[in-house]
Design a protein around this ligand. Structure first.
Ligand code: PBG
Length: 339
């Protein structure tokens, strides 16, 4: 036989054939677009390490929300840069907090856009950690003020109360989906019962169930001004080596009442996404995080890669691994290309 009987290239010959047999497709409806809300009016402040992403004041965020919806994207997720930070994250749960104000404005102007609220304390804490900190301060002597933190612990259960309070306050301001990203143990259960008690039995929880302690969050910490002032997040976010533990995290969140689950970051953790898809039946989201975005942008700026092609390929890989919901800074642009 001159040719192998099975010629796989037969179906690769034309764009029509390739499109017909494509196994995985992207659609704007599966994207969630992250917005960073800051104080002021008419503010659109560029973020150095994330070209094309901005800190937006509430009025600008409303415009952005409208533009996002008109591209066929169904959902946004809100992060806040509060006016003031303190040691009990007041800005996270205040009725007139920055995200609460943005959610009210967006829901009244663009009611058919689903608004997710990221629930975490790090953006609102003076020390930048995701929970309450018990710290020992050690003075380095008269010349070296302020005192350095010598030992600290992130207190789990006391933090749950603030996370629950934040969630109820977000639901009250019109947020449709509560998305806890703090990685305290038991927070999904605590948030579920607080929401139920406050009459928000119908508000779903999308849990950042398997969130790894990742170097890929670097640019986000510039965007959200949330870098820890001392130490790191390894005592609460997951160790990058652990996939079995990720399954255990997800399982516990489902037991506690999560309606949807998330793996984060996305591309360096495609195996975790695939394993989660295989094992659990809940809707599965993945977060293409700031560092994933920044790497593509940086290489494209150097003309080392074809930006649009890599953008779509990276999103497709996340979809193919099994995530049906993708949080991505490319939501608007990818939606435009798919139109
Ligand atoms: C808050 C939070 C982070 C991200 C989403 N929610 C940062 C962190 O844990 O440091 C990262 C998102 C991104 O990098 O795009 N805890």
């Amino acid at each position: 036989m001159a040719f192998p009987a099975n010629r796989l290239r037969r179906l690769r010959r034309t764009e029509g054939l390739r499109t017909l047999v494509r196994e995985t497709r992207l659609s704007p409806e599966s994207f969630v677009y992250p917005l960073f809300i800051c104080p002021g009016n008419g503010v659109r402040k560029a973020i150095g390490s994330m070209p094309g992403v901005f800190n937006l004041s509430v009025d600008e965020a409303v415009k952005e929300a409208r533009a996002t919806r008109s591209l066929g994207v169904l959902s946004i997720i809100l992060f806040g840069l509060p006016e003031k930070k303190d040691e009990v994250a007041t800005g996270a749960w205040a009725e007139d907090g920055i995200v609460q104000r943005a959610a009210r404005a967006i829901k009244s102007e663009v009611p058919d856009l689903l608004v997710m609220g990221d629930v975490c304390l790090c953006e609102y804490m003076s020390h930048g950690h995701c929970g309450i900190v018990k710290a020992e301060r050690r003075s380095l002597g008269a010349a070296a003020a302020p005192p350095a933190i010598s030992e600290y612990e992130i207190i789990n259960d006391a933090s749950l109360e603030l996370l629950a309070r934040t969630s109820v306050s977000l639901a009250r301001s019109g947020v449709d989906i509560i998305a806890p990203s703090d990685m305290m143990d038991g927070r999904v259960g605590a948030i579920r019962s607080a929401l139920d008690q406050a009459g928000f039995e119908n508000t779903p929880i999308l849990s950042y169930a398997a969130k790894f302690s990742s170097g890929f969050y670097g640019p986000f910490r510039e965007a959200a001004d949330s870098a820890p002032q001392f130490g790191d997040r390894r005592s609460y976010q997951m160790d990058p080596g652990n996939i079995r533990e990720a399954m255990r995290e997800i399982e516990l969140d489902i037991e506690e009442g999560a309606d949807m689950i998330m793996v984060k970051p996305a591309m360096p953790y495609l195996d975790v996404i695939a394993a989660a898809r295989d094992r659990f039946d809940l809707p599965l989201a993945a977060y293409q995080v700031s560092g994933e975005y920044a790497m593509i942008e940086a290489a494209a700026r150097n003309q080392w890669i074809d930006r649009e092609r890599v953008m779509m390929e990276s999103l497709l890989s996340i979809r193919r691994a099994g995530a049906s919901i993708i949080l991505t800074y490319y939501a608007k642009e990818a939606a435009k290309l798919l139109a």
